[in-house]
Ligand binder design. Structure first.
Ligand code: NI
Length: 591
């Protein structure tokens, strides 16, 4: 008894060490309990019943391992290819099933290597397939020369002996256990019928039918060449199966950009000509561009031979044409970024270029006041949306401002005066929200003043190098803007309409040669704006002065919306009015 306890102690210690070893793999124990896994294996084929077995396995979403004979593989090449491409594992069971121990070392090794060569020729691979020696009979001399693990079994159905489907079904169900490797033969029709009948019950009992390779990989157990394996019991680890790759499309120059993603650690193989996935497929290394309609097939795999997830198949029918990039040198408009075979068409009167467009062949001279409309088309490609450019009378080119827009003139004026700057690609984001940082920047540019010397403002959220840093410093020194608290300016926060009034009126007061009187609180505004009560007390004199000066008008005539925000276009419009007021006041002072 004592001795038994001691041995059990040693066993327990051993288990604990093993568990600690598995636990050391980071982030792999997410599915702690995991599924029950079972590896169904079929020897001595392929044969005339293999296709029926493959049909049944496919219908039930089950995978298996096939320990094939080289000689049979030569007779049934289509079945070998099917086993491989349908996600099962191709394994080696010698060339023609001799007792390997009865052969010379060279002859025995040839039995193994000849079968590897045949399987590799049929699949395009270059691997040493897992081996199961006929009769489980293998000598140490050969074993030491093997380049693969040996896989035997922990459940023997004796299907070859009792050729009865009901018997096979019951044998599988009675002896199944989590981690078992089950021995069968797909050269018997009774085996094929019996095992397929057992699949639903196995699934109902929580089993997932996996390849031998997946049984070990999912449990985090690495297996090595020249060693024998019979089963892989549950150890709390389940690394999970490879999932179907996810695909994302985005327009790109020359076609459609395809991005694939897969389970961690799995490689993605893909084809674009509809062909089966295998060793000849492309290995995904990053997003790629397709330029014409095609069929994308992709699979994520830990190994192409028995370690793949479900396949993605996607017909790419609609390839967008490439967006043209406009360029402008002050006189000539050009388009670039469109590949050969695609055409940019344009009009110079703003009409729809899909009907009236002229194909672009070289730089086009623009006259001020021209609205250009353009798009790209190509044979078999989906044309791009029509985009417009407006070359204003003041000589500015806009991609997002049109003569029909209410803000066209004030924005154009603000841009010409240098108050408003574009954000690149001829865009001015007129509908973009006006932030406190942008508002003081607009005022700063309008003032024409510059700040120098060490900064004096206390705002911790304004750092040197921020585009608004000088503007905030200027506004602080000139007492035009205050922070939202002692140490914060909140430059990224949208400016409210009442805050904007205070900024504008302070600027007017500071920048006018003779200052600007804050008008006494005008009680008539109470009648003008039904929401006057919502204006904060600190803002009332500024709002009244701003309205009085014509700087700001209500959104609707009867509402002021003190906490409403403003767009960049609205900011540009009030700045232009403010600038005009200041110029008028300077003139009246001169006079
Ligand atoms: Ni056999």
């Amino acid at each position: 008894m004592k001795r038994i306890m001691k041995r059990m102690g040693a066993l327990l210690l051993c288990c604990a060490l093993l568990t600690a070893g598995f636990g050391a793999v980071p982030g792999t124990r997410a599915a702690a309990a995991g599924k029950k896994l079972i590896a169904l294996t079929f020897d001595d084929g392929p044969g005339p019943y293999t296709d029926r077995l493959l049909d049944g396995l496919k219908a039930k979403g089950a995978h298996a391992s096939f320990f094939t004979l080289g000689q049979r593989a030569e007779l049934y090449p289509a079945q070998i290819k099917r086993i491989f491409s349908e996600g099962h594992q191709l394994c080696n069971h010698s060339y023609n099933h001799p007792q390997l121990t009865a052969l010379s070392a060279t002859e025995a090794l040839n039995q193994v290597s000849a079968t590897d060569r045949i399987l590799n020729r049929l699949t395009g691979g270059s691997e040493s397939h897992y081996l199961r020696a006929p009769y489980g009979s293998m000598g140490p001399a050969l074993r030491s020369q093997l380049n693969c693990p040996e896989i035997y079994w922990s459940v023997d159905t004796l299907d070859w002996k009792y050729r009865d489907a009901g018997y096979v079904k019951n044998a599988v169900l009675d002896m199944a256990f989590d981690g078992a490797v089950v021995l069968m033969h797909d050269i018997h029709p009774t085996t094929v019928t019996g095992v397929l009948q057992a699949l639903d019950t196995l699934k109902a009992r929580g089993y997932e039918m996996v390849t031998v390779r997946e049984l070990f990989r999912r449990r985090g157990v690495s297996i090595s060449k020249g060693r024998m394996y019979y089963r892989c019991d549950s150890n709390g680890t389940d690394l999970g199966a490879a999932a179907r790759p996810q695909v994302q499309f985005s327009p790109a120059a020359g076609g459609l950009r395809v991005t694939l993603t897969a389970s961690a650690g799995a490689k993605i193989y893909y084809t674009l000509d509809g062909s089966d996935l295998g060793y000849g497929s492309r290995l995904y290394t990053g997003p790629f561009t397709v330029g014409s309609p095609c069929t994308l097939r992709a699979v994520a795999a830990y190994s192409l031979n028995g370690g793949r997830g479900p396949e993605l198949s996607y017909g790419i029918h609609s390839i967008p044409a490439s967006e043209a990039t406009p360029g402008f040198d002050g006189t000539y408009l050009s388009f670039s970024g469109v590949p050969d075979g695609q055409v940019v068409a344009y009009t110079l009167d703003g009409s729809d270029p899909t009907w009236y467009g002229v194909p672009y062949t070289g730089p086009v001279a623009l006259k001020p006041g021209t609205k250009v409309a353009f798009y790209t088309r190509g044979t078999g490609l989906k044309a791009t949306p029509v985009r417009t450019l407006y070359y204003s009378p003041k000589g500015n080119l806009y991609a997002d401002v049109s003569p029909e827009d209410w803000f066209c003139d004030p924005v154009d004026e603000a841009v010409s005066l240098g108050f408003l700057k574009g954000v690149g690609d001829f865009r001015f984001q007129p509908h973009g929200e006006l932030t406190r940082g942008m508002a003081v920047s607009l005022l700063y540019r309008m003032s024409g003043e510059t700040v120098s010397g060490a900064r004096t403002n206390p705002f911790e959220d304004v750092r040197d190098g921020d585009y608004f840093a000088d503007a905030v410093e200027w506004a602080y020194r000139r007492s035009i803007a205050a922070g939202v608290s002692e140490k914060a300016f909140a430059p990224g926060r949208p400016v409210t309409r009442q805050e904007l009034c205070r900024l504008l009126v302070n600027a007017l007061d500071t920048l006018s040669p003779s200052g600007w009187e804050l008008s006494p609180e005008d009680s008539s505004l109470e009648e003008t704006f039904t929401d006057w009560g919502q204006v904060d007390d600190w803002a009332k004199p500024h709002v009244a002065a701003a309205v009085d000066a014509g700087l700001l008008v209500g959104e609707k005539l009867d509402l002021f919306h003190p906490d409403g925000t403003a767009t960049r276009a609205q900011g540009a419009a009030v700045l232009v009015r403010l600038d005009r007021l200041l110029k008028e006041s300077a003139q009246s002072t001169d006079a």
